[in-house]
Unconditional design. Structure first.
Length: 248
């Protein structure tokens, strides 16, 4: 009998997990992408794109496709998707694992200001610098739209939509990034402060190293806490072990 696994993906960890599991005997893997990026990196195996329609829609999909287990490997800030996964798994009795890469750790030479939300991060900026490197995603620009006295360098994979700050220069780019490249970008645009989410991972950590070298303050938005009562792992290897323990 073939076990059916759903990976809620869109991250490097989700792609790594699919690569490790696709092709294993007795296991069929389906990766789901939210469809928020125009040209996403596709994982190995079967892929579905688009939302489920909330927790009820996800629960119905799990039943319809006879899913035996779910791994939520979405972005650490995909709070709504994780909440839907928890509710749907509870309703259907399908085992759920959360795979989250560790957050970044502040070093002794880092000048970090922690903010609980994007809105709190926006409130901190006027006292930290006038030229802001904003790396919190294209959907976050509206939060900073009222800061007309500041200049923003906004980086995203796809073009952002209004509203956004009046003085914004957009750079379309996808990681991974290098420290020399980030240093050059920050120097070119005379960046005075960096804003980022605590996404973790290696693909975008170069900006933190560059800010450290330049002596720039960094506003770091804290990630949402993981859901209560759901097993949590931080590595692909641990997720593979969990899947194997639930298969067969």
């Amino acid at each position: 009998m073939t076990e059916r696994l759903l990976i809620l993906g869109g991250t490097a960890e989700a792609r790594g997990l699919a690569e490790r599991l696709v092709g294993l005997p007795g296991l069929h893997v389906v990766s789901s992408l939210a469809g928020r990026v125009a040209d996403p990196r596709l994982p190995a195996g079967e892929v579905r794109e688009g939302g489920f329609g909330g927790p009820d829609g996800l629960a119905a999909w799990l039943r319809e496709h006879a899913i035996d287990a779910v791994v939520d490997a979405t972005h650490p800030f995909a709070e709504r998707m994780t909440s839907s996964a928890v509710t749907a798994a509870s309703e259907t009795g399908v085992p759920l694992l959360v795979l989250r890469r560790p957050g970044w750790r502040q070093g002794p030479d880092d000048d970090w200001c922690w903010a609980p939300t994007l809105e709190a991060a926006a409130e901190l900026l006027p006292g930290l610098g006038e030229r802001v490197f904003l790396t919190t995603g294209r959907r976050s620009l509206a939060v900073f739209a009222g800061l007309d006295d500041l200049w923003f360098l906004a980086r995203s994979v796809d073009p952002p939509a209004p509203p956004m700050p009046r003085r914004t220069h957009v750079v379309l780019s996808r990681g991974p990034y290098t420290v020399p490249g980030e240093l050059a970008l920050m120097r070119e645009h005379r960046v005075e402060v960096l804003v980022t989410k605590d996404s973790g991972g290696e693909m975008t950590t170069a900006k933190l190293a560059a800010a450290r070298e330049l002596g720039l303050p960094v506003v770091v938005v804290r990630r949402p806490p993981p859901p209560d009562g759901v097993p949590l792992v931080e590595t692909v290897e641990a997720a593979v072990a969990w899947v194997e323990s639930h298969a067969g």
